[in-house]
Design a protein around this ligand. Structure first.
Ligand code: NOJ
Length: 737
């Protein structure tokens, strides 16, 4: 398809869309304003709007040129998906993976809104998040914690809520990294070879939600997909994203993920970042004057350049940045001290997300909650804040002290971390509990501290991040799924000296727990993931039971690493041969028993499920008709509901995430036995019962038909599973189509 035709088809899709609720404006109105502004710009100004000024050429990690003919700024693009990077003071929010572990739409939205408010307050136009790629097919991939879950449905809902929250606060969101950037090793050279069905049903799925949520921008990734660079892949950018999903916003390159002037432009790239030669040979400035020349000699159509500019300006108008947007209030390159304090009361959002994402994995004999214990031993370096300060390592590239975010560009500066030990000590003072500590990872010291207390709490962790930093031999991706710093030995030593051991795991993703579980004295395991600055306070909320734990695993914890069937590769080609079968889809298909399954998490209370009701009616066959942002409009129509009653059958208040999984009929080609297609978190007082309602859309009961190139609802009997996790199914039913 010619670039002009694509522009027209996308624009046509865009202008049929109704207002989307950002300050009364929508894409149609935004496009109207953008087109009017476009007419006032000269060619150099147009090129400046789509080109970065170079790395460190402005206050933000990405900056564009300011035109003089219209009232439009040098755009400020800034990391990260968990807070504003390189600035202070800011709030250091829990990582995306924790937002996912809450399974709580309103909290995920609130986190997005608070992050967006800080970005806006600091004058950031585009916040570089949220993340749906890596999706997380490899449990050891370095950046999985930046995103929400390796389940596309959960990731998709979290993308949508985060973007709605962020853009509702006025900042442009950027859904990244599109697509197939599933590992750090060789990320700038590897080709992710993904079949069309897997691409649609796993990797593109959450980006559909992002586009449906009117995300302003999408960042294409470093890697190749099926042999072509993501940022100059006509099929992925013009085809899938802009035509099939009807994306009206703009596509920016990851930092130096662009490789050509003409091909990138004609394939659908709209903005190059950071605009300089960063890591590449001098002279590799692909746009700027080179783009102007390419348009002048006809290699890039004028309409393509105009389309880039229109998309960028429209997104700026869409979120209302054309009215009174604050100026940039910090510089990334001089310590980031801001001249405003934007943090407000966001620490309460941090604490709520951290608390409600904490997963209780094991709790024998009601070891938890703690009830005014006489004595406690607190053990492990991870219980304390790095004595050199929580930001001692640049981009959090070390694992010293308690772990509360991973490392790399997906970070922010901590204003503080409430360390687990600090928070437990405050509670202990109130309770009259005697505390003994051993805050190194030394096993002898740990055992002697543990021997003197009634209960021992051991803190261990596992870290990862972006590949430009290597920490303790891990070049971004993790080398294994074991706890760091001899965490297994530390727990063993403590469990040999104390009969009531509680293990707390701060981690970027799954950790193999078999050695720890083999210790009979380990009574409880608590999983706070990457909780952000309020780490200790949120942990105390859960440990002492002021709130029942309600987080659920957003991934599977296996008994052994090889059970996942996927890992990062040192090859330059990654054939995604596992196809649709990642994480629980793989465990279910191959009858592998996980240690803790996807969706699992205990509470201090219990829940009863009853009264499943299934009411679904849909026309079989392909989704047809007009395209709205997100894809064929019909895909998002509700085709029915599943309801169930959940009762708190225990003695304390708690929250349950009721989960809906669907199994497609046999007429659909080889499909995972069950896939998450709904969830609802219910907060219930003891005895209270409430209905959970799952609305199914047409997309939820479809598969991607490669021959037809359409989403198809198969005919036959669909299985309905509702439960407390992907394996703790409490109610089953079916419907026929
Ligand atoms: C590269 C990372 O992949 C991306 O996520 C980030 O936004 C840019 N660097 C800018 O820091």
């Amino acid at each position: 398809m010619l670039a002009e035709q694509i522009f027209l088809s996308v624009l046509a899709a865009a202008v049929t869309v109704q207002a989307y609720g950002f300050g009364g404006s929508g894409w149609d109105a935004a496009y109207g304003r953008a087109k009017a502004a476009l007419n006032k710009l000269n060619q150099t100004e147009k090129v400046g709007i789509v080109t970065g000024v170079k790395w460190m050429g402005g206050p933000c990690v990405g900056n564009t040129y300011k035109p003089s003919s219209i009232d439009y700024p040098s755009l400020c693009l800034q990391d990260s998906p968990l807070g504003v990077r390189f600035a202070n003071p800011v709030t250091a929010f829990p990582a995306g993976i924790n937002a996912g572990a809450t399974w709580d739409r309103s909290l995920i939205n609130a986190r997005g809104a608070a992050m967006g408010a800080e970005a806006k307050g600091l004058g950031v136009n585009v916040q570089l998040g949220p993340v749906a790629g890596p999706l997380g097919k490899n449990p050891n991939s370095g950046r999985i914690w930046e995103g929400f879950s390796n389940d596309p449905y959960l990731s998709g809902v979290a993308m949508e809520e985060t973007i709605a929250g962020m853009q509702g606060s006025g900042v442009q969101a950027c859904a990244k990294h599109y697509i197939g950037n599933e590992q750090e090793h060789n990320r700038e050279t590897i080709s992710s070879n993904i079949d069309d069905r897997t691409l649609h049903e796993l990797y593109v799925w959450p980006f559909m939600n992002a586009v449906k949520a009117n995300v302003a921008s999408v960042m294409c990734s470093y890697n190749k997909v099926n042999g072509s660079w993501s940022c100059e892949n006509d099929a992925l950018l013009n085809g899938l994203l802009k035509t099939e999903l009807g994306f009206p916003g703009y596509i920016m390159s990851d930092w130096n993920a662009q490789h050509t002037t003409v091909n990138s432009a004609n394939s659908g790239l709209d903005m190059t970042m950071p605009g300089s030669d960063f890591n590449n040979p001098p002279g590799s400035i692909y746009w700027g004057p080179n783009l102007e020349a390419a348009v002048a000699n006809g290699s890039v159509p004028q309409s393509r350049l105009d389309d880039m500019v229109t998309r960028i300006l429209a997104s700026w108008h869409l979120v209302g940045q054309d009215e009174g947007y604050p100026p940039v209030a910090f510089s990334s390159w001089n310590g980031g001290k801001a001249n405003v304090d934007v943090t407000g009361d966001h620490k309460s959002v941090v604490r709520a997300v951290a608390r409600d994402s904490t997963v209780l994995l094991k709790n024998d004999n009601n070891a938890l909650p703690l009830r005014k214990p006489k004595s406690l031993a607190i053990i492990g370096q991870d219980a304390t804040v790095n004595p050199a300060g929580p930001n001692a390592c640049s981009d959090r590239g070390c694992d010293t002290g308690t772990l509360a975010m991973g490392w790399g560009s997906g970070t922010a500066q901590f204003p503080y971390i409430v360390g687990p030990l600090d928070a437990i000590q405050s509670q202990a003072a109130a309770d009259g509990t005697n505390i003994t500590t051993s805050t190194t990872d030394d096993t002898t010291a740990a055992a002697s501290a543990a021997a003197s207390a009634g209960t021992a709490i051991v803190f261990i962790n596992s870290d990862s991040g972006e590949g430009y930093i290597t920490v303790e031999g891990n070049a971004g991706d993790r080398n294994n799924l074991d706890p760091w710093h001899n965490g297994n030995e530390l727990v063993q030593a403590v469990a040999a000296a104390n009969k009531n051991v509680i293990v707390v795991v701060h981690s970027v993703g799954p950790v193999i727990l078999e050695t720890i579980l083999a210790q009979p004295n380990v009574k409880a395991i608590v999983w706070p993931g990457l909780p952000g600055q309020e780490s200790g306070n949120a942990l105390v909320d859960v440990l002492y039971g002021s709130t029942s734990p309600s987080g659920k695993l957003p991934y599977t914890i296996a008994k052994q690493f090889s059970d996942y069937g996927t890992t990062w590769t040192t090859s330059l080609v990654d054939d995604f041969t596992e196809g649709l079968f990642i994480d629980y889809r793989h465990f279910d298909e191959n009858n592998i028993t996980p240690r803790y399954e996807f969706g699992y998490g205990l509470s201090y209370t219990t829940f009863k499920y009853s009264d499943l009701d299934v009411n679904v009616q849909a026309r079989p066959g392909a989704a047809e008709g007009p395209i709205v942002p997100g894809g064929v409009k019909e895909l998002f129509d509700t085709v029915g509901t599943v309801t169930v009653t959940v009762q708190n059958s225990g003695k304390v208040a708690g929250a349950e995430v009721a989960q809906l999984y669907i199994g497609l009929p046999d007429s659909a080609p080889s499909t995972p036995p069950k896939q998450l297609r709904g969830f609802q978190k219910l907060h219930l007082a003891p005895g209270q019962r409430e209905g959970a309602t799952f609305e199914l859309t047409r997309r939820d009961i479809s598969y991607w038909d490669v021959q037809q190139q359409k989403w198809v609802v198969p005919s036959g009997t669909f299985k309905v599973y509702v439960g407390s996790s992907s394996r703790d199914i409490r109610e089953q039913g079916s419907f026929r189509i």
